[in-house]
Design a protein around this ligand. Sequence first.
Ligand code: PEP
Ligand code: MG
Length: 651
Amino acid sequence: MSERRTSSPEVHGPASSEDATRSSGSIPLPVPSSSPSSLDLAAQASVALKGIAGSPGVAVGPALVLGDLRASFVRRHVHTAQIQGELDRVKQAVTLAKRTLREVSQRLPIAMREASPILEAYELMMADPALHDRVEQKIKEEKKGAEWAVSEASEEIVALFGPSEGESKDAYILERRHDIEFACDRVLRALVGEDTHHAVRLDEPMIVVARDLSPADTAAMVREPALGFVTAVGTRTAHTSIMARALEIPAVVGVADALASIRTGDMLIVDGLTGQVIVHPTEQAIREARQRSEQHLAFARRLLSARHQPCVTADGVPVALKANVELPAEAILAVDHGAQGIGLYRTEFLYIDRTTQPGEDEQYEVYRAIVEAVSPQPVTLRTFDIGGDKFASTFQLPAEMNPALGLRAVRLALKQPDVFLTQLRAMVRASAHGDVRIMIPMVASMHEMREVRRLLSQACEQVRARGHAFEEHIPLGMMIEVPAAAVMADVFAREAEFFSIGTNDLVQYALAIDRGSQELAPLASPFDPSILRLVKFVADVGAKFSRPVSLCGAMASDPLAAVLLVGLGLRELSMEAAAIPEIKEAIRRLTVGEAERIAELALVEDSADRVQAVLARELSVRFGDLLAGIAEDESHPRSSYPPIPSDPHAV
Ligand code: PEP
Ligand code: MG
């Protein structure tokens, strides 16, 4: 099952269009208790907190609040004679923190191995000279104690990333900030003598509440009875969400009031279907939540059990569903969820959170592992899409007024051909192990595609000269995410062997709305008629020139949108693995003719709201269970916690 509801965009709204496509309405606070009970009398009033649905499912249990370590140590000055001792303490703490991380990494089960590179990156961050110089200066010159120095140094480095979550609109940057904070927290914990495992060890099944849960925190809880997660920061793409989904533990992230409103021992409902957290729920709300949990699990199991059925419309027309992956381990999850290959591997994640760029051999091993994991199904490797909202310090990107319109993706690749060739060679070598396709992000001109093709030939020659095996013909395709590429798709069909429509960026560029803007997120709708026309045009071009067209933007993982896209002519969609069973079910319910009729109705509307109204009118009854995450015959109104009002911008 995929998660659909997120918080009200205006409060802790989506930080990317991926989140935006799943945003929902605001939630009234506090919760009106529909049936006062004995529990109500003993407890305080129920309160509903808004958040983002990070991982689906419903959990009920007592809270374990992990304290904010930063607030808990003493800020003390040291004497000159103590300086060396403090420096030594920092050194020992870094060693201890690294060891703890390594231990955590080794305890990861296979589904969680995706965290390992992140953990290694944390280790590197701890060894970062910039951090150490600052810490040293604070101890030596400002005579601050080790804890204080580490904490301040981390705050200063984090500040270099720009404003904090309340103000920043960039999920990527926010996550990098959190990574640095996390790495420093590990050192702080080691300094104050707090052991990682004990910090998060649960004696009984509890819901873990924290400002943020790093992959290491989450991984350390793998064998602990964590019922659910609530974090004060984070988005659907944050590590906590990714890992919670891998563990199939309900999570609500980005609950800004979590630490202020929840105390250890408080009873909670964590509703990862709606993005709500209920503190001090009534007995009735608890009963209903437990029922919802069981119903959701049964529904998700039912959908998952059909995952290997063919994805065909009700009249038997095949629609290929592939997976978007960011981390190599997700390839296994993709296969588990019935993906017919990887439609988008975002390779830029290999370049992020590290101090040096990945070399050819390292990349080759990763690509090869993915290709082998899904073989004989195809894997579309997208060359790095760095720049814009995707930040990788090793590229030393220039400061730009409009990074989304700047040196990003293929532009950066062509500007740094050696880095690009290294990646292309690794991809070419991976082609010896299965069905590999190479896809180029952010293409806006034919010149770019021609240059890429030239470099790809060069990469093949280099691989041949070095004696490595590879497939002689590797299909080269492009993302359609710049409006220029969409309207020139018939021309690009001469150079590109396939297209994949990236609606996350296409919406940003066609509507001129920053994809990271929380404020404008409700307007950045993939249902805007301009986007539907572009999609239809590209689908038609694909059919005319025999170029396969896929769509890998977040809209593909919404059942209503998926049906619309089939009606617009698409026969391949790529999405997060967890959404595949649900989308397959949606597609199996309609004939192509029905989907086309819905698309026709949508195409004559003049706004995204009206398009969504058409979809709701035509499909909400038939898709009631898919939209709720619970089978229709079992669902009942959640009278004891507030309903999510319908949001015209929600998908
Ligand atoms: C897109 O833009 O829709 C897309 C799939 O690419 P990304 O989200 O990685 O920019
Ligand atoms: Mg994109």
